[in-house]
Ligand binder design. Structure first.
Ligand code: SF4
Length: 224
């Protein structure tokens, strides 16, 4: 029908989650909000380090390759994965206006094969999704790491640190933040740590491993 706006399922899911997070945060007292900010402090420091690393090693190359040439391989895909915790961290650290801008673009009709969050001057998120932050295209990796092995070593270290927040073979922040909202009675399709079969399997296997290790440690008698 002429004039009908088609909003994709992806946009609707994103929008619902952003609104739910924004509304819930508004119901919290200042001290409750501070508690969440304290909980994510070390993650934000990690993100700052990653941003500085990328700025130092990749900004020149990416500016030339992606922005000036309009290549933008990393943001040229539709439906980028965002975790619930990505949304929470971003909304928490954004102004009302910034969050409003995200909701505004999500409410627009689909505009083709690029990320909905890609604005004229780059990503509209204040703290972009972790999947985006940790993505380096092959060309960038080969160019920079090929001439600087120390940078590669540092990048591997940062990737390992990323796992400590996002890989649930142990209790991790991203899982924990979902749990907080679930306990408050909320749900979202972006709560992958509670609804993705792959991540649930990682959690189950890790719990089983921990339990076996505990049983083993009880079985081993001290050598005295
Ligand atoms: S969310 Fe931002 S960084 Fe990630 S693909 Fe979209 S525009 Fe690019």
């Amino acid at each position: 029908m002429a004039g009908t706006i088609h909003i994709s399922e992806y946009n609707q899911e994103q929008s619902k989650t952003i609104q739910m997070v924004r509304n819930h945060l508004k119901t919290l007292s200042r001290s409750e909000q501070t508690r969440i900010k304290t909980r994510i402090r070390s993650y934000l420091l990690f993100r700052k380090e990653v941003a500085e690393f990328l700025q130092h090693h990749f900004s020149e190359l990416c500016t030339q390759k992606c922005y000036q040439n309009h290549y933008s391989a990393c943001c040229g895909r539709e439906g980028i994965t965002t975790f619930f915790a990505d949304v929470l961290v971003n909304v928490l650290m954004s102004s009302e206006k910034e969050t409003g801008r995200l909701l505004q673009v999500l409410g627009l009709s689909d505009i083709g094969a690029k990320c909905v969050y890609l604005g004229k001057t780059g990503c509209l998120w204040r703290i972009k999704p972790i999947v985006c932050e940790m993505f380096l295209c092959e060309h960038a990796r080969k160019t920079v790491f090929g001439r600087d092995p120390l940078a590669l070593k540092e990048w591997k270290r940062l990737r390992l640190r990323n796992k400590r927040y996002t890989w649930p073979n142990r209790p991790v922040l991203f899982d924990d933040l979902e749990s907080c909202f679930i306990r408050a009675g909320h749900s979202s399709t972006l709560m992958y740590f509670h609804n993705s079969p792959g991540l649930l399997r990682v959690k189950r296997l890790a719990a089983k491993k921990r339990e076996t290790a505990l049983q083993e440690s009880h079985r081993i008698k001290p050598l005295v």
